[in-house]
Design a protein around this ligand. Structure first.
Ligand SMILES: [Zn+2]
Length: 96
């Protein structure tokens, strides 16, 4: 029996890149592609894209704990969830 499985929201890493940063990286990529289309080398395009976009860098941590697994990287399977409920039931009984 398996009681937990890797979280699909963060691929088991426990952390996710914030939306603001995802959007930011997409913008960097777009600007870079524009420069490459204009004939710059990939390296130069990368440099220029970053120069252009750096002032609008998101003012927040790039990664935060995954909401799905609370940073564990693993989530309970159906079996695991049932065990948790089972344990919680008895723990709750003892607490009263
Ligand atoms: Zn997760």
């Amino acid at each position: 029996m398996k009681y937990e499985k890797p979280c699909t929201a963060c691929n088991g890493s426990g952390a996710v890149i914030s939306t603001a940063w995802t959007v930011f990286f997409e913008r960097v990529d777009k600007i870079k592609k524009k420069y490459i289309a204009e004939g710059l080398s990939s390296l130069k395009a990368d440099e220029k894209a970053w120069e252009e976009i750096r002032p609008s860098e998101p003012n927040e941590p790039m990664e935060h704990d995954c909401d799905e697994c609370e940073g564990r990287g693993m989530v309970p399977t159906e079996e695991g969830r049932q065990i948790l409920e089972f344990v919680e039931k008895y723990l709750a009984d003892n607490a009263t």
